[in-house]
Design a protein around this ligand. Sequence first.
Ligand code: PLP
Length: 387
Amino acid sequence: MQTIAEFDRIGEENAFAVLARAAELARSGMDVINLGIGQPDFATPDNIVEAAVKALRDGAHGYTPATGILPLREAVSADLSNRYGAAVSPENVLIVPGGKVTMFAAILMFGEPGAEILYPDPGFPIYRSMIEFTGAKPVPVPIREENGFAFSAEELLSLITPATRLVIVNSPANPTGGVTPKAEVDALIRGLAEHPHVAVMSDEIYDRILYDGEDHVSLLSYPDIRDRLILLNGWSKTYAMTGWRLGYSVWPNALYDKARKLAVNAWSCVNATAQYAALEALTGPQDAVGEMVAAFDARRKLTVDLLNTLPGVSCIVPKGAFYAFPNISGTGWKAKALASDLLEKTGVATIGGPDFGILGEGYLRLSYAASQDDIRRAVDRMGSFLS
Ligand code: PLP
């Protein structure tokens, strides 16, 4: 049971602080280029917006089941089985208000003093924040540049102890854009067979944002771990719907009802109109997704090429998501100081690697979900600042 003092252990997602500061500087007249926050710069596709408008007009104004409307849960099941060949019953799908909510629920379920939870470092900052909140011990799994920012199954497995309750994996990854290859995921699943006491939360929110013909490897396609797998996904990134607050999770039978009860207690249900929009997103035309990914791809190449011209900076080519994670150790700067000075002095918002974990030192995260013109101007300003 949490006390008020334990709320002091909750951390932050610094991208939101940078977003606020960037807006403040812009209001004061500075020309700010925001490569900080991780969200598509596209509007939500029209067909999805229209479906929400129609739902509002048609009277979708009341509560829905806490688990989400049945047609939407069915659409999620169908989508997952089409894309991953995985049988997922709508009875295991929970519609939640955003991707974050699934990590909140899963970590709350498994975290307690004495428990250990493995999470990627550098990784999405809320994993560690929530683990610490529950009193569990956060155990970082190093995500290394020399490994293409994929996780190493061997290293991850070596960190499991009898106290480990939950392992969090994320591919394609924030903040690195790393994608873990299938062979590595296979090795993880093989190794987990020896640790039946460990549950897995797979954050696959960037599963449709992949490049160079890469196929997503979903942990759903491994039947051996389905009875202890929690899948996190949602609409925010794929359909440019970050502000709609829409996510879903797939829970094993033994955990589903616990998650449902948390929903009833905390948020009752997800905004009804948003659920109809989500239904259209999954069942309507998918062209917009392909177009957005093609645009991100062109920006990815541009960002990496330009970053590699900067003094003291080197950047490997990310394989997924919309982040570049350049190594800035050759500049002599500490990452957070550089990110802060870049924003205050040049108006370029980025996030310092340490905001994603101790191993993020020496790196910056740039979200290239911005126009090519903005990317050029931003890296140009970085270049002038660094030289
Ligand atoms: N998981 C990862 C890896 C993310 O990068 C994000 C958002 O940046 C989320 C989850 C949360 O997504 P949402 O905005 O839908 O809560």
